[in-house]
Design a protein around this ligand. Structure first.
Ligand code: ADP
Ligand code: MG
Length: 323
C-alpha cells in the first residue's frame, strides 16, 4: 500500500492487542451476542475473531476495507453522539495494510456468505461460501512486511498477556456477550454472556473472588456508577484489576483509576491495588470519545466530577459492607 496508508496504519495498529481491540469493537458494534477470539504466538502469527452479529452485505465487503468507509456515521453532526465503538472507518484498512487478512461474512437474510482474501490491503480472492450468520476475520503474520515495527513488539508471551488482559476487560464491560478466548488453541477465558456482571467477574477472576466482591450502585449529578468492587482484603500488586467503562467503552484514565484507589483510603496494604469493575453512565455532552484513534482515551467536560462520583460510589459500597 501507499505510504500514507502505512503511516495511518501505524496509528491504529501498534501491536497485536490493538488489532484485537478493533476487531472486538466491530463485533460488538455488529450486535454480537457471542464472540470467539483465537490467537497464536501472541497474535503475531494469527488473530481470529468470530461473531454472530449482523454480518456485512455482499455488496459492502470490499468497501469495509476502504479508508473512511464507515457504515456507522453519516454526518459530522453524528460525531458528537457516537454510540458505536468505531466510527472512523480506519481499522480494517489499517489492519489489511499491516497483515494478510481474510474475512468470511454472512449478513442476516443472505442465503450464503462471502469469503474475501486481501494481500497488501487489496482484495485478491473472492467467492461465495457457506457460513453461519455473522463475521469471522483472520489476521495473519502481522507486520511481516513492516519489519521496523515487528522489531518493537514484545515477546509472544508478553503480547499474549496484553491480549488476554484486554479480553478480560471486554468480558467485564459486556456481561451480556459470551466471550470465548483461545490462546494457541487453549481456552483461557469463557464467559456465559447472561448479562450478570458477577458471572463475568467469576469467569475472569474465579468464583472465590466473585463471592467476596461488593455491589456498587450510586449516582452523583449526571454520573451513575454501577458494578463491583472488592473488599480491601482482595487486592493485587498492580492496577490491572481495575476496569472502568464509560458509556459501555473501556477507558484507561489515570485520574479515574486513582479515584478508585482513593476510595479505599488507608484500608489497602501499601503498594496494593483494589479489584473493581465499574460502569459509568453519563450524558453525551459530558464526555468526548473522539480523542485518539486507539480510543482508550476519553476526555470529560468535568473530570473531577467523574472522579468524585467514583470515589463516593465505591466508598458507599465499602461502608455498606463494613461490620
Ligand atoms: P468503523 O468501525 O470505524 O466503522 P472499521 O474499519 O472498523 O470502521 O470497519 C469498517 C466497516 O466494516 C464498519 O463500519 C462495518 O460496516 C463493517 N464491519 C467491520 N467489522 C464488522 C463485523 N464484525 N460485523 C459487521 N460489520 C462489520
Ligand atoms: Mg471499527
Amino acid at each position: 500500500p501507499e505510504v500514507a496508508a502505512r503511516i495511518a496504519a501505524g496509528e491504529v495498529v501498534e501491536r497485536p492487542v490493538s488489532v484485537v481491540r478493533e476487531l472486538l469493537d466491530n463485533a460488538i458494534d455488529a450486535g454480537a451476542t457471542r464472540i470467539q477470539l483465537a490467537f497464536d504466538e501472541g497474535g503475531i502469527a494469527r488473530i481470529e475473531v468470530s461473531d454472530d452479529g449482523r454480518g456485512i452485505p455482499p455488496g459492502d465487503v470490499e468497501l469495509a476495507f476502504e479508508r473512511h468507509a464507515t457504515s456507522k456515521i453519516a454526518s459530522v453532526d453524528d460525531l458528537h453522539r457516537v454510540h458505536t465503538l468505531g466510527f472512523r472507518g480506519e481499522a480494517l484498512p489499517s489492519i489489511a495494510a499491516a497483515a494478510d487478512v481474510e474475512i468470511l461474512t454472512r449478513a442476516r437474510g443472505e442465503p450464503v456468505g462471502v469469503f474475501l482474501a486481501l494481500a497488501e490491503g487489496r482484495p485478491v480472492r473472492r467467492m461465495a461460501r457457506p457460513a453461519p450468520e455473522g463475521t469471522t476475520i483472520t489476521v495473519r503474520d502481522l507486520f511481516a512486511r513492516v519489519p521496523a515495527r515487528r522489531k518493537f513488539l514484545g515477546s509472544p508471551a508478553a503480547e499474549a498477556r496484553a491480549i488476554t488482559t484486554l479480553a478480560a476487560h471486554y468480558a467485564l464491560a459486556y456481561p451480556g456477550i459470551a466471550f470465548h478466548v483461545l490462546n494457541g488453541g487453549r481456552r483461557v477465558l469463557s464467559t456465559p454472556g447472561d448479562d450478570d456482571i458477577r458471572h463475568a467477574f467469576a469467569a475472569v477472576y474465579g468464583a472465590d473472588l466473585a463471592r467476596q466482591v461488593l455491589d456498587v450502585a450510586a449516582g452523583e449529578g449526571p454520573v451513575t456508577v454501577a458494578g463491583l468492587a472488592g473488599p480491601p482484603s482482595l487486592h493485587r500488586g498492580n492496577r490491572g484489576g481495575i476496569s472502568i467503562f464509560v458509556n459501555g467503552r473501556w477507558v484507561q484514565s489515570r485520574a479515574l483509576l486513582f479515584a478508585v484507589t482513593e476510595a479505599y483510603q488507608s484500608q489497602l496494604p501499601v503498594g496494593r491495588f483494589p479489584v473493581a469493575a465499574l460502569h459509568l453512565r453519563l450524558p453525551d455532552d459530558e464526555v468526548d470519545v473522539n480523542v485518539h484513534p486507539a480510543k482508550a482515551e476519553v476526555r470529560f467536560r468535568d473530570e473531577r466530577l467523574v472522579a468524585r462520583a467514583i470515589r463516593l460510589a465505591v466508598r458507599a459500597a465499602l461502608e455498606a459492607a463494613a461490620p
